[in-house]
Design a protein around this ligand. Structure first.
Ligand code: HXC
Length: 517
């Protein structure tokens, strides 16, 4: 008697329906009970309906130790493939926590590497959804080497295709380095990222800390600067990834997509003329300027809680994607420090890599003085801003709104940083340093020997302010191209970027530069 040959179509269908279940219905229920979505549910939210093309759904691990032969799941804890977001192609991978805790295996690495290679060759952005217990312990060195396979591809793709990482569960140990090598990290819910976990920390240092305190979204968006955005829910985090992608080109050979502008290019906002307080010691919120100048509701701020004395983010101007760098006078007077330098410099390089023009708003009293900063290496961190601006070849326009003092003036997009066009508002103050410290350096003896030292000092401060606290000396010597009314800023910037749209600039050929680290 011969056994009937199974229907090949039936075999395939059964294998596919098993693959869709990942670790099985019980594990899916557990995942839901944790308030988390499955890998496939996440991809369904991320991608245009019906656009997902999966590859590697039937791959399983070939390891049999530690009972793994009985836990062979099609897909091996990861879903990989290509899909579309707003009609634009994306490569995606989503770790499946229902299969062995999404632990990272040799097969996972092969599957991710495969789509990384295809994405790089075809110039398609890569989005990774991370939710994993780290290197699959049972696979030993195989799973460690597997991470290396992905890291090297992250690095080769860096600056060629946009890479976005979402952290939707645990991301521990060396696993954090693949996201860290990508361009943007978005964290959701109570996900966490850390190199060494709470248990190890307690064993080594005795310190007791929870996973959230160690590496939750609050830590990485606020304190460490590791993450760029966070959202309370997975759905909201996925939406942020889609919004972010809309400002970026498919790859470094393309321009970012242009949307049809709904906000008139000639719109002027009179409120800008009174934004800067008459009393220069008073703060104002640079976001108000940004909101009034750029296309309505188009500003997507990145790292809003990290180094809030600086602002970075994408916006649209007349439908074109732009990168905004600004000092934030509403926080620490907009001073530059170590964290702000890192935040600004990296963003400049991202914009430059992906052909996004840079607009810089300057209101900065200088670099933050103090031993903390000097010992922490503010020299090398601050140098990153200079390096990044000088190296960037995208169109660059700066606007001095108020203070542009000393090193901050030079670093924040002065003409010498190869800024193409420099504007200033009439409230601009462009000087080597503030009035009081300048008078102390220049006229110490004159003030000390005066009949009324306080009055003499006040006179000298007033003279200094008269001389330097305006944009006209800088305009006189060509450091500022045009002094404009604040309300004119939007139309002036639209036209400036129109002029620069076809800008071509090249750096000397070299293997790579040595940006300060
Ligand atoms: C194999 C793993 C695993 C791993 C979790 N699981 N992590 N299996 N290798 N790394 C399995 C669990 O045994 C469990 O299986 C299932 O996944 C779900 O895990 P739970 O512990 O029940 O879930 P939860 O309580 O939510 O805790 C999740 C967790 C925890 C915080 C991720 O599992 C954990 O601490 N895992 C180990 C994390 C870690 O140290 N990873 C190695 C990092 S070193 P069962 O069948 O029992 O339900 C590293 C080096 C990389 O990654 C270096 C690259 C350069």
């Amino acid at each position: 008697m011969t056994t009937p040959t199974p229907d090949p179509l039936q075999v395939l269908r059964e294998m596919r329906s098993r693959a869709v279940l990942g670790g099985g219905t019980q594990r899916i229920e557990q995942q839901h009970a944790r308030g988390k979505l499955t890998a496939r549910e996440r991809l369904a939210l991320l991608l245009d309906e019906g656009s997902f093309q999966e590859f590697g759904a039937l791959a399983t691990h070939q390891v049999s130790q530690f009972g793994l032969d009985k836990q062979r799941f099609p897909g091996d804890g990861i879903v990989t493939g290509f899909g579309k977001i707003s009609g634009r192609r994306v490569a995606v991978f989503a770790q499946d926590f229902t299969v062995l805790g999404g632990s990272f295996s040799e097969v996972q690495a092969h599957k991710i590497s495969r789509i990384q290679d295809l994405a790089l060759d075809s110039g398609i952005p890569l989005i990774g959804l991370n939710d994993s217990g780290g290197a699959r312990i049972q696979e030993g060195v195989r799973s460690l080497a597997a991470y290396g396979e992905v890291f090297v591809r992250n690095v080769m793709a860096s600056g060629v295709i946009p890479q976005i990482s979402l952290i939707l569960g645990p991301c521990a140990g060396g696993a954090v380095y693949s996201p860290a090598l990508t361009d943007f990290i978005i964290m959701a819910g109570d996900s966490c990222m850390f190199l060494t976990g709470p248990d190890v920390i307690q064993a080594v240092t005795g310190e007791q800390v929870s996973a959230q305190e160690l590496g939750g979204p609050e830590v990485h968006t606020g304190r460490s600067g590791v993450a760029h955005l966070s959202a309370a829910t997975e759905g909201a985090a996925l939406t942020l990834a889609k919004q972010l992608l809309a400002y970026l080109p498919q790859n470094n050979n393309e321009d970012p997509p242009q949307v049809r502008p709904e906000d008139p290019a000639t719109r002027m906002d009179e409120a800008l003329n009174t934004l800067i307080p008459a009393d220069e010691s008073q703060p104002y919120d640079m976001r108000d300027a940004i909101d009034a100048i750029f296309d309505r509701d188009s500003f997507l701020e990145l790292q809003p809680q990290f180094a809030p004395n600086a602002l970075i983010g994408f916006a649209r101007l007349d439908g074109h994607s732009v990168g905004i760098v600004a000092n934030q006078p509403a926080c620490m007077s907009g001073v530059l420090n170590i964290d702000a330098s890192d935040k600004i410099a990296r963003f400049i390089r991202i914009c430059d890599a992906f052909n996004v023009p840079l607009l810089t708003f300057v209101d900065c009293p200088g670099f933050l003085p103090g031993t903390d900063q000097e010992y922490g290496g503010v020299i090398r961190h601050g140098a990153k801003i200079i390096y990044a601006y000088c190296e960037a070849t995208v169109p660059k326009v700066s606007i001095v709104t108020r203070k542009a003092m000393g090193g901050a003036y030079v670093a924040m997009g002065s003409k010498q940083m190869r800024t193409d066009l420099a504007f200033a508002w009439p409230t601009a103050q462009i000087a080597v340093m503030g009035a009081a410290p300048a008078v102390r350096v220049l006229y110490r003896d004159q003030v000390r020997t005066a009949a009324d030292p306080a009055q003499r000092e006040a006179e000298l401060v007033a003279e200094y302010r008269e001389q330097f606290f305006n944009p006209y000396r800088a305009a006189d010597v060509g450091q500022i191209d045009e002094v404009i009314e604040p309300c004119e800023t939007r139309p002036r910037l639209v036209r400036a970027l129109e002029i620069l749209r076809t800008k071509v600039q090249q750096n000397p050929p070299k293997k790579h530069g040595l940006s300060p680290t």
